[in-house]
Design a protein around this ligand. Structure first.
Ligand code: ZN
Length: 160
């Protein structure tokens, strides 16, 4: 393999029509390419009956009874609601440590880190980077951060 490590550092660049890298102001520039390997891509699709007829669509939105009537026997289809990416570049050291600990697979570690709120990210860093970064769970700083995500929400409700 012949891997150009300089190219691996590039996250975005302009290309001409033949895929050659050119400067932004180059008159041949016609594509802007961006590539971020450390991103979690998440999509949410609505999965239900989506009428094509605008009148039926309007009626379905107005009344659940009409929606049930019109949708009977019809196939459900997907419709994108949102599409977002979360960059977890700052957590790469923590993610590697999480995987090396044996507690998580790479996919799980990325998922957990990228979906964590601020205090959970700090708690993960503290735990997996041997206390060099972040702060421990339930510490004063952790309480002060006052952020909430799926990984710490339940702990809060247990305390009440
Ligand atoms: Zn959290």
């Amino acid at each position: 393999m012949n891997i150009d490590y300089k190219k691996l550092e590039m996250k975005c660049w302009f290309e001409d029509e033949n895929g050659n890298i050119v400067e932004k102001d180059d008159p041949r520039a016609c594509f802007y390419r961006n590539c971020f390997p450390l991103q979690l891509h998440e999509c949410l699709d609505e999965y239900c009956y989506h009428p094509k007829n605008p009148i039926v669509k309007f009626l379905c939105r107005k009344s659940e009874t009409l929606y049930k009537l019109f949708s009977r026997g019809k196939d459900k289809t997907f419709k994108s609601i949102f599409d977002c990416t979360t960059t977890y570049m700052s957590g790469s050291d923590c993610i590697v440590a999480m995987v090396n600990s044996g507690d998580f697979t790479l996919e799980q570690a990325i998922w957990v880190y990228a979906k964590s709120c601020e205090r959970c990210m700090n708690a993960l860093c503290y735990k997996y980077l041997d206390g060099k970064e972040g702060y421990p769970e339930y510490s004063e700083e952790w309480e002060k951060a006052n952020t909430v995500c799926d990984f710490c929400r339940e702990m809060d409700s247990h305390k009440c």
